[in-house]
Design a protein around this ligand. Structure first.
Ligand code: PMV
Length: 350
């Protein structure tokens, strides 16, 4: 059987709406960034970004991406990122155009994408998750598809795996699913609001990653003898994190998230060629965190496919954390005014 392509999934989701023209000239939408407490690391299907395991994240409220999609008046896609036009031949524009091809009603229809990150670029936080989720919200409105959250999540996943979690605020689980076409692999909200939870982003470097998360996952899955332990670890950690959320047990949440991130990075160390995202300064920060913890400060960390460190702590300890790490970008994922009741639709226009 021929392998299923992204476009087949889009066709399945849009049904008779597939190939129809937009009903509006422009549409704007917002989606939050997210940080995984239990990571997505390894794909069972590279084309559709289908994961080996489930994962669980927290969305970052007002830190995210606002994207305006319009029909272009010139005969090519135009991309404007944080007010700066992005060159047509850049990797960024090419990746966006390839994604837009999935929805283009005819080869002569082009889009103008204006995207703005409230995630500070200097904080070195990935904006692809919020970027693809905001783009899906905006396209849904532009074309008048009226998609469910489940379908929005699946379309965002086709752009970047972790983007499927950015269609919700709060705690979010991405269910791995088992279907070949990935129609059962999408994000769902995890009940629980935790207003005291804080995340601190520590930028170690803004350098371009030497290896993309896509490539790193692929290599790790294929060559790391530690990888077979990863799904077992995830199954256990997911349960612990959910019970930590239920019980508002910060120590359990922090400990599990930190251990999960370290295990993810350990699978990369055992890959060949090795995958190591840490810089000496990342390791120095880990030692600082462990020393502060030994001294009684409930402070934990998580790290993604890069050298930057994300601190996890509770509001009570904000002052101590800021004193130890003055350069930290502070995020209060649940303290945002915009944060509504769980499961409420993410804002799709502004
Ligand atoms: O969605 P991607 O392809 O950018 O991969 C994200 C991978 C991690 O950030 C390391 C983990 C995660 O669950 O977000």
């Amino acid at each position: 059987m021929a392998s299923i392509k992204k476009r087949d999934v889009v066709r399945l989701i849009l049904g008779e709406r597939f190939g129809r023209m937009p009903v509006k000239f422009c549409s704007t939408a917002y989606a939050p960034a997210n940080i995984a407490l239990c990571k997505y690391w390894g794909k069972r299907n590279e084309e559709l970004n289908l994961p080996i395991t489930a994962s669980l994240s927290v969305s970052l409220g007002a830190l995210g991406t606002t994207t305006k999609v319009c029909l272009s008046t010139v005969a090519r896609d135009e991309v404007i990122l944080n007010d700066q036009p992005v060159p047509v031949r850049s990797k960024f524009t090419k990746a966006l155009s390839t994604y837009l091809n999935l929805f283009r009603p005819s080869p002569t229809v082009f889009f103008r994408i204006e995207t703005r990150n409230t995630v500070p670029t200097a904080a070195g936080m990935a904006s692809s998750a919020s970027g693809f989720a905001a783009l899906v919200f905006a396209l849904d409105d532009l074309f008048g598809w009226g998609l469910s959250k489940r379908h929005q999540s699946i379309l965002a996943r086709l752009g970047s795996g972790s983007a499927c979690r950015s269609v919700y605020e709060g705690f979010v689980e991405w269910e791995a699913g088992a279907d070949e076409d990935g129609m059962d692999s999408y994000a769902v909200p995890v009940p629980g609001v935790w207003p005291e939870l804080r995340i601190g982003v520590l930028t170690i470097s803004e350098d371009q990653k030497p290896i993309s998360s896509r490539e790193a996952m692929k290599r790790t899955r294929r060559t790391s003898s530690f990888y077979e332990a990863w799904p077992v670890k995830v199954a256990h950690d997911l349960e612990l994190i959910k019970s930590a959320i239920d019980a508002r047990d910060f120590e359990l949440l922090g400990r599990t998230a930190e251990s999960n991130a370290l295990a993810m990075h350990a699978t990369g160390l055992a890959a060949w060629p090795p995958v190591l995202f840490w810089y000496p300064q990342s390791v120095a920060v880990m030692h600082d965190i462990w020393a502060l913890r030994d001294a009684g400060l409930p402070l934990y960390f998580t790290m993604d496919a890069g050298p930057n460190v994300k601190l996890l702590f509770a509001a009570d300890n904000e002052k101590d954390v800021l004193a130890a790490f003055p350069a930290v970008t502070l995020v209060a994922p649940f303290a945002e005014k915009r944060f509504g009741p769980l499961g409420a639709a993410a804002p799709t226009g502004c």
